[in-house]
Design a protein. Structure first.
Length: 99
Protein backbone atom coordinates (compact mmCIF):
# COMPACT_ATOMS: atom_id res chain seq x y z
CA UNK A 1 0.00 0.00 0.00
CA UNK A 2 1.50 3.38 -1.00
CA UNK A 3 2.06 6.17 1.50
CA UNK A 4 -0.08 9.22 0.87
CA UNK A 5 0.95 12.84 1.32
CA UNK A 6 -1.15 15.98 1.63
CA UNK A 7 1.49 18.67 1.21
CA UNK A 8 0.75 21.67 -1.03
CA UNK A 9 2.16 21.25 -4.50
CA UNK A 10 1.87 17.45 -4.58
CA UNK A 11 0.05 16.55 -7.81
CA UNK A 12 -0.90 12.92 -7.07
CA UNK A 13 -0.87 12.93 -3.27
CA UNK A 14 1.75 10.17 -3.20
CA UNK A 15 4.79 10.21 -0.94
CA UNK A 16 7.37 10.24 -3.73
CA UNK A 17 10.22 12.53 -4.79
CA UNK A 18 8.71 12.90 -8.26
CA UNK A 19 5.46 14.44 -7.02
CA UNK A 20 6.67 16.19 -3.85
CA UNK A 21 6.22 19.93 -3.55
CA UNK A 22 8.84 20.17 -0.83
CA UNK A 23 11.72 18.38 -2.57
CA UNK A 24 11.45 19.72 -6.13
CA UNK A 25 12.38 23.25 -7.08
CA UNK A 26 9.50 23.27 -9.60
CA UNK A 27 6.15 22.57 -7.94
CA UNK A 28 2.97 21.57 -9.77
CA UNK A 29 -0.50 20.94 -8.40
CA UNK A 30 -4.03 21.17 -9.78
CA UNK A 31 -6.78 21.37 -7.22
CA UNK A 32 -10.29 22.66 -6.67
CA UNK A 33 -11.01 25.41 -4.17
CA UNK A 34 -14.47 26.11 -2.88
CA UNK A 35 -15.54 29.57 -1.76
CA UNK A 36 -19.15 29.72 -0.73
CA UNK A 37 -21.26 28.00 -3.36
CA UNK A 38 -18.70 28.46 -6.15
CA UNK A 39 -15.84 26.13 -6.95
CA UNK A 40 -12.72 27.17 -8.87
CA UNK A 41 -9.91 25.13 -10.37
CA UNK A 42 -6.43 26.33 -9.42
CA UNK A 43 -2.99 25.44 -10.77
CA UNK A 44 -0.23 25.90 -8.20
CA UNK A 45 3.36 26.43 -9.34
CA UNK A 46 6.53 27.67 -7.72
CA UNK A 47 7.62 31.27 -8.09
CA UNK A 48 10.01 32.11 -10.93
CA UNK A 49 12.25 34.31 -8.76
CA UNK A 50 14.87 32.40 -6.82
CA UNK A 51 14.62 34.80 -3.86
CA UNK A 52 11.04 33.66 -3.22
CA UNK A 53 12.14 30.05 -2.69
CA UNK A 54 13.37 30.85 0.81
CA UNK A 55 10.12 32.62 1.80
CA UNK A 56 7.53 29.97 2.63
CA UNK A 57 4.61 32.40 2.45
CA UNK A 58 5.31 33.60 -1.08
CA UNK A 59 6.93 30.48 -2.52
CA UNK A 60 3.84 29.20 -4.35
CA UNK A 61 1.78 30.92 -7.06
CA UNK A 62 -1.86 30.05 -7.66
CA UNK A 63 -3.33 30.56 -11.13
CA UNK A 64 -6.98 30.07 -11.99
CA UNK A 65 -7.88 27.70 -14.83
CA UNK A 66 -11.01 27.88 -16.96
CA UNK A 67 -13.66 25.21 -16.38
CA UNK A 68 -14.29 24.64 -20.07
CA UNK A 69 -12.39 21.41 -20.74
CA UNK A 70 -11.04 22.54 -24.11
CA UNK A 71 -9.75 25.89 -22.79
CA UNK A 72 -8.55 24.46 -19.48
CA UNK A 73 -6.50 21.69 -21.10
CA UNK A 74 -5.03 24.27 -23.50
CA UNK A 75 -3.98 26.45 -20.54
CA UNK A 76 -2.29 23.51 -18.82
CA UNK A 77 -0.48 22.53 -22.03
CA UNK A 78 0.68 26.08 -22.63
CA UNK A 79 1.97 26.48 -19.08
CA UNK A 80 3.82 23.16 -18.96
CA UNK A 81 4.94 22.49 -22.53
CA UNK A 82 5.33 26.07 -23.71
CA UNK A 83 7.22 27.16 -20.63
CA UNK A 84 9.34 23.99 -20.36
CA UNK A 85 7.94 23.51 -16.84
CA UNK A 86 7.61 19.92 -15.53
CA UNK A 87 6.73 18.36 -18.88
CA UNK A 88 7.04 14.93 -17.23
CA UNK A 89 3.83 15.62 -15.28
CA UNK A 90 1.78 16.94 -18.22
CA UNK A 91 -0.37 13.83 -18.76
CA UNK A 92 -1.03 13.41 -15.04
CA UNK A 93 -2.04 17.08 -14.76
CA UNK A 94 -4.46 16.73 -17.68
CA UNK A 95 -5.94 13.57 -16.17
CA UNK A 96 -6.45 15.25 -12.80
CA UNK A 97 -8.03 18.30 -14.46
CA UNK A 98 -10.56 16.15 -16.32
CA UNK A 99 -11.63 14.47 -13.05
Amino acid sequence: MPFMSREPGNLCGLHSCKFSGLVNSKVLDISGKKSGSKETIVMTTSHKKASRAVRPGSMLLSTGIKKSSKKGLAEISKALEGGFYRRDLLELAKTKYVK
